[in-house]
Design a protein around this ligand. Structure first.
Ligand SMILES: NC(=O)c1ccc[n+]([C@@H]2O[C@H](COP(=O)([O-])OP(=O)(O)OC[C@H]3O[C@@H](n4cnc5c(N)ncnc54)[C@H](O)[C@@H]3O)[C@@H](O)[C@H]2O)c1
Ligand SMILES: [Zn+2]
Ligand SMILES: [Zn+2]
Length: 345
C-alpha cells in the first residue's frame, strides 16, 4: 500500500533542512514512482545547501544519487515490472532537440535535473520518467545503485578525454571524484596514474585505490610528474578540484600533444589564463566533461555490476533520513568523511 504522504528532507532555505510530511509525487503516464532505498550526498548538494546553486528553486527536495524499487507505473510505462531495483539518469531533456539526440542533454533548453532543479530523492519516494530508469542487476546490492550516477560522470569523462591504454595521467585532487577518476584510469589501462592530493587521509585513499604515484607536497608535483614521464609531462591532466590556479597548472604539467580535461567546478565567474602560443605549438587539447547521462549511466552500472570499481568506502558512512541536518553538517565540516549516503529505511 503506497501512502498519500511521505517523509522528505526539504531544503526550505539555504542552510536549513526541514523534515516534512509532504504529498507522495503524482506520476504522469510516462513516469514511474520509485520507493527510495539510498541516496548519496555529493559536492553539488553542498552547493545547493549553501545557496550557491539552485537557490531560485527552494523549497526543494535535493538528492540525485539514488536507488530504490519501482512501486507504481504510469499508463504508458506498464512494461516496467513493479519491484524492479533501479537507479535513474537524472538529466531530463525534451528528448527531441539537437542536444538530446546527441546525448548532450545538459544543453537542452528545457533540461531539468532530478534533485537539482526539481524534487529529488531525499525522500521516501521520487518520480522518474520510465525512459530514464537504469535497472540494477539482482547480483548488485541496491545501495550500490546509488553510486551509478557519480561513476557515470567519470565514464563520460574517460570517453571525452579519449584516455587510452598506456597513457600517463595526472589527476589534480583525490576527493571522491578524483578517486573515481583514478580507478577508471586504471581500468582503461592508463599508466602511470599520478594523483596530487594535499589531504593525508585522501592521499592514503588514493594509494589504497591503486595510484602509482601520490604527491601530497605541491612543491614536488612538477618534478615528480617530469620524472615519471621521461621529462615530457602527462598525456592527460584532469582538474578534479575546481580551482582556477589548478587549471593554469594543468597546462604546465601536460605534455606537448597532450590533453587537459576540465572537470572540477569553479565559481561561475572564475577565469583562468592559458598561453595560446604554447597551446598552438604544443597542439594541446582542452576538453570539458559534465555529468553522466544516457549510455554513460548504463555503462557505469555495468562496471559496478562487474566489480571494476571499488566502492566500499563510498557506502560506509550512512545516516537515516531523520538525521539529514547532522549528515550534511558532517559532510561539510569533517574532512575525514569521503562520502555520505542517506538510508530511507
Ligand atoms: N564535471 C562533472 O561532471 C563533475 C561531476 C561531479 C563533481 N564535479 C566536480 O569535481 C570536483 C571534485 O569533486 P569531489 O567531490 O571529489 O570534491 P572534494 O572537494 O571532496 O575533493 C577535492 C579534493 O581536492 C583536494 N585539493 C584541494 N586543493 C588541492 C590542490 N591545490 N591540489 C590538489 N588537490 C587539492 C582536496 O583536499 C580534496 O580532497 C568538484 O569541483 C566537483 O564540483 C564535476
Ligand atoms: Zn552528485
Ligand atoms: Zn532537448
Amino acid at each position: 500500500m503506497i501512502p498519500t504522504t511521505m517523509r522528505a528532507a526539504v531544503l526550505a532555505a539555504p542552510g536549513r533542512f526541514e523534515l516534512r510530511q509532504v504529498p507522495v509525487p503524482e506520476i504522469a503516464d510516462d513516469e514511474v514512482l520509485v520507493r527510495v532505498s539510498r541516496c548519496g550526498l555529493c559536492g553539488t548538494d553542498i552547493h545547493i545547501f549553501k545557496g550557491h546553486y539552485s537557490a531560485d528553486r527552494l523549497p526543494l527536495i535535493p538528492g540525485h544519487e539514488f536507488s530504490g524499487h519501482v512501486v507504481r507505473t504510469g499508463a504508458a510505462a506498464r512494461d516496467v515490472a513493479l519491484g524492479t531495483a533501479v537507479t535513474a539518469d537524472i538529466n531530463v531533456g525534451c528528448g527531441r532537440c539537437f542536444y538530446c539526440r546527441k546525448n548532450e542533454v545538459l544543453n537542452c533548453p528545457t533540461m531539468a535535473q532530478i534533485g537539482i532543479h526539481v524534487d529529488g530523492a531525499l525522500a521516501e519516494y521520487v518520480k522518474v520518467p520510465a525512459s530514464h530508469l537504469v535497472a540494477i542487476p539482482r547480483s548488485t546490492p541496491v545501495e550500490m545503485g546509488a553510486l551509478v550516477e557519480p561513476v557515470s560522470c567519470i565514464v563520460r569523462a574517460v570517453k571525452k578525454s579519449r584516455l587510452r591504454l598506456g597513457e600517463s595521467v595526472l589527476i589534480l585532487g583525490g576527493g571522491p571524484i578524483g578517486n573515481l577518476h583514478l580507478q577508471l584510469a586504471r581500468a582503461v589501462g592508463a599508466a602511470p596514474v599520478i594523483v596530487s592530493e594535499p589531504n593525508p587521509g585522501r592521499a592514503d585513499w588514493a594509494r589504497r585505490s591503486g595510484a602509482d604515484i601520490v604527491v601530497s607536497d605541491p612543491s614536488q608535483l612538477a618534478a615528480t610528474v617530469r620524472e615519471a614521464t621521461e621529462g615530457r609531462g602527462a598525456d592527460l591532466v584532469i582538474e578534479s578540484v575546481g580551482l582556477p590556479v589548478l587549471y593554469e597548472q594543468a597546462f604546465e604539467l601536460v605534455r606537448p600533444g597532450g590533453r587537459v580535461l576540465a572537470f572540477g567546478l569553479t565559481d561561475a565567474d572564475a577565469q583562468a589564463r592559458y598561453h595560446p602560443f604554447k597551446v598552438v605549438l604544443g597542439e594541446i587539447g582542452l576538453q570539458g566533461s559534465v555529468a553522466g547521462m544516457g549510455d554513460d549511466m548504463r555503462e557505469a552500472m555495468t562496471l559496478i555490476a562487474h566489480d571494476r570499481v571499488r566502492l566500499a568506502e563510498f557506502a560506509e558512512t550512512v545516516y537515516p533520513l531523520a538525521r539529514i541536518a547532522e549528515a550534511m553538517d558532517a559532510f561539510v565540516n569533517d574532512r575525514r568523511i569521503n562520502k555520505i549516503q542517506i538510508d530511507m529505511g
